[in-house]
Design a protein around this ligand. Structure first.
Ligand SMILES: Nc1nc2c(ncn2[C@@H]2O[C@H](COP(=O)(O)OP(=O)(O)OP(=O)(O)O)[C@@H](O)[C@H]2O)c(=O)[nH]1
Ligand SMILES: [Mg+2]
Length: 330
């Protein structure tokens, strides 16, 4: 049973009550109109208590070792006294059922750790919708006292851009491939990276990983750094053997220190907040359009008219948009 009182959730979250934390996220992820209003009110009330955490995004192709890496990093951080929340953006609902199960088994230590909280990706909906829910969940987790937020996404679509726009540090995991080290990598992903880590640098794979590291370093050299203060390093690690996970965390911490000092971190967050507002405005406009009863009524007919050439696209677009202003009647 979902309570309708926002204060009920807010107090629970601020106390760090895990059951209410989970319930609050359920409200935020719900697509029922009543829950959406409640969710917005809760976020509004929790926002002042958020923002203190380090926000880390992680991407990489399937099988690169994201879940294993997060388990190792998460356990290390928990032992250092941090509280770690792991969230995900995975808009392909087909896949999420499987990956939830995979993640539960691959993060088996972190999953039972009281100082950690793992929440799989909200399922279904557009990338924009899934990203929005994850972003709001991040705020709820911060208000609940988690000081490191890790957001995972599979690096195969546009989701990495969405995740990069909600975190302070974006880590791209790679593996040494056979021959072509740049396989499957779009230049776009490397441009988002604050660091690249070649994973699975263990056993007889160490030399190949080091070779790949050098090749990525060369590739990154040709990209203009996004910050005057920070040149993205290329590192190696083994998530499975827990080798150099501490080096990667030290890199994240150093980035945080440096960019806090220069004010870039705050500037970046302000920009992210404004970008977020715009994406909500766009999403809202589009929802309002498609849900408008008059639009629904005349849309199929209008499409047919445009297809057959009896109405010009320009006229049709204006007619549809005017319905939002209630200019047209009928
Ligand atoms: N040797 C070695 N194997 C690793 C390492 N990290 C992960 N693996 C293995 O690689 C496989 C995939 O690891 P996952 O952590 O599930 O990879 P993932 O990126 O989360 O994969 P998806 O969730 O499918 O996108 C598993 O069999 C892991 O045991 C590593 O550092 N060294
Ligand atoms: Mg995984």
């Amino acid at each position: 049973m979902i309570s309708g009182d926002p204060q009920f959730y807010v107090e629970g979250v601020l106390k760090g009550d895990r059951r209410l934390l989970a319930k609050t996220i359920t409200v935020i992820e719900s697509s029922l109109p009543g829950h959406q209003q409640l969710g917005r009110t809760i976020i509004d009330l929790l926002l002042p208590y958020s923002g203190e955490a380090m926000r880390l995004g992680i991407t990489g192709v399937p099988g690169v070792g994201k879940s294993t890496f997060i388990e190792s990093l998460g356990m290390m951080l928990v032992k250092k006294g941090h509280r770690v929340a792991v969230l995900a953006v995975d808009p392909s609902s087909k896949r999420s059922g499987g990956s939830v199960l995979a993640d539960k088994t691959r993060m088996e230590k972190l999953a039972v750790e009281p100082r950690a909280f793992i929440r799989p990706s909200p399922s279904g909906g557009t990338l924009g919708g899934v990203a929005r829910k994850t972003r709001e969940t991040m705020i709820v987790c911060e208000a609940a006292g988690f000081d490191v937020i890790i957001v995972e996404t599979v690096g195969v679509g546009q989701s990495e851009t969405a995740v990069a726009s909600m975190v302070d540090f974006f880590l791209v995991l790679m593996i040494a491939g056979a021959g072509d080290e740049l396989q499957g990598i779009k230049k776009g992903i490397l441009e988002l990276a604050d660091a690249v880590a070649v994973n699975k640098a263990d056993g007889d794979n160490v030399d190949r990983a080091e070779l790949a590291r050098k090749q990525y370093e060369t590739a990154l050299h040709f990209l203009a750094p996004s910050s005057p203060t920070w040149t993205p390093p290329v590192l190696t690690c083994s998530a499975l053997e827990m080798i150099d996970i501490d080096v990667i965390w030290e890199t994240v911490s150093e980035h945080h220190r440096k960019l806090t000092q220069t004010g870039e971190l705050q500037a970046n967050r302000k920009k992210q907040a404004v970008d977020w507002m715009w994406s909500l405005v766009k999403e809202g406009l589009s929802d309002r359009f498609y849900q408008h009863p008059k639009v629904k009524k005349i849309l199929p007919e209008t499409i047919k008219e445009v297809e057959s050439g009896t109405t010009a696209s320009t006229i049709a677009a204006n007619r549809l948009l005017d319905l939002l202003d209630n200019k047209a009647s009928g």
